[in-house]
Design a protein around this ligand. Sequence first.
Ligand code: XMP
Ligand code: MG
Length: 180
Amino acid sequence: MLQDIERVLLTQEEIAAHVAQLAARLTADYAEKDPVLICVLKGAVNFFKDLVVQLPFHCEYEFVVASSYGGGTQTSGSVQLRKDVFTDLRGRHVVVIEDILDTGLTLDFLVAHLKTKEPASLKICTLLDKPSRRRVELQADYVGVTIPNEFVVGYGLDYNEHYRNLPFIGILKPAVYSHP
Ligand code: XMP
Ligand code: MG
């Protein structure tokens, strides 16, 4: 697995620093609100787990599964909700926790869907933001790092379901894409 990596974009230490900053910002804004934190599976799972343990206040977990990628590195353009939340979100403060905001299609769809559940507030917290690829007008309320237009893997992010378990975020060697 490691030999497939061309270079490391964010080390474990750099990721940890960004996660700590986001945790501090959420703590300032949500300490008294008992928010529902929605982890967007599968990609956000590493980020979610590292983030929540740094929040010293009451909150609830939720999980959704949305997929827009048929596999590989290109979005299919259509988003499917494969698993919805169980919690009643009406009147609750909700924060969607995402690994990466890329074209924005996934979160745009998710936000519209979650708004129909009438939460008191709905915000987006993403570890990575790739604004250069945006196809819809959407901004996250909390952004860890803005990254250049490169396909990244690791720390939850996959290429064809692999590399999620890398502890860092990196860029694959071009040869990996041509020999799946
Ligand atoms: P969109 O384009 O809908 O993308 O904003 C959001 C979802 O697409 C996946 N994604 C990536 N996955 N490396 C990945 O491993 C990337 O560079 C990348 N860009 C987008 C990801 O699942 C995210 O939730
Ligand atoms: Mg993915």
